[in-house]
Design a protein around this ligand. Structure first.
Ligand code: 0O2
Length: 230
């Protein structure tokens, strides 16, 4: 049977209704399982890339991959903060990081190799890219963000589901993980002083990434990884 290709939001689709979100109902759980399938599919593509580059170039372009499904509370908080109505249509159309995959690379240059490789995966559509590596956020945050639309089989349909991919170096990951923990999870709040300190740490991290990359190239030369279209 041939599968119909459709977007996640479509008039005749169960998940497109202007229905209010109730995180306890099956409808919500079903939607989350679709996002989870998209997240797993993206992780699978990335693991294949990691394995192939290692096999053919004897190089780890990816140190590790992690993934997470945004919690129901976090989805609702983000929607309220951004002023969206709490219905499924608004959620699907506007919250692009329900499914998130993080790719952590050794060197800064690997980030740009990875984003090219991901753009070359035939089955995936890249909807949006933001380069916070060359243009960091005010906080000092650096990462390359991609919103990718990934095909998932769902009840005889091929749905395209958004997954946010964050690509960063190990040093950027170290900074972002601690900053995120202190900012979001801290019960004592995030002071002006803390924020200024993290901006300074971000500069140190940038300088470290640049120095390590230069040293690596001096020792090994530039990597000329070419990954054919998948
Ligand atoms: P969590 O807990 O990681 O899920 P936008 O549409 O651009 O206005 P959005 O989605 O906020 O809305 O985009 P943005 O700014 O690209 O941020 C997306 C994610 O990037 C965040 O998700 C964080 O994971 C990460 N991020 C962005 N800015 C910072 C920062 O200053 N510090 C750290 N540590 N991470 C950051 P969430 O939903 O905020 O959180």
């Amino acid at each position: 049977m041939s599968k119909r290709t459709t977007e996640l939001v479509k008039k005749d689709n169960l998940l497109s209704e202007n229905k209010d979100i109730d995180v306890k109902e099956d409808h919500f759980k079903e939607l989350m399982s679709i996002y989870e399938a998209a997240m797993d599919k993206m992780t699978m593509y990335l693991n294949e890339i990691k394995r192939d580059v290692k096999k053919f170039y004897d190089y780890d372009v990816i140190d590790h991959i992690s993934s997470r499904l945004k919690s129901p509370e976090s989805i609702i908080t983000k929607m309220e903060k951004k002023g969206y109505e709490l219905n499924y249509k608004e959620l699907i159309e506007n919250i692009h990081d329900v499914a998130g995959v993080r790719v952590v690379c050794p060197l800064k240059d690997d980030i740009y190799k990875m984003k090219e490789i991901i753009s070359n995966i035939d089955e995936i559509k890249v909807l949006e890219e933001v380069d916070y590596v060359s243009k960091p956020k005010k906080s000092g945050y650096r990462s390359y963000h991609m919103i990718c639309s990934v095909p998932v089989e769902y009840k005889d349909n091929l749905l395209y589901v958004n997954v946010e991919v964050q690509i960063r170096t190990m040093a950027m990951d170290f900074w972002a993980t601690l900053e995120h923990r202190m900012k979001y999870k801290s019960s004592v709040g995030y002071s002006e002083e803390c924020s200024k300190e993290f901006i300074k740490f971000a500069k140190t991290i940038t300088s470290l990434d640049n120095k390590i990359e230069k040293l690596y190239e001096k020792q090994h030369g530039k990597n000329n990884i070419v990954v054919l279209k998948r």
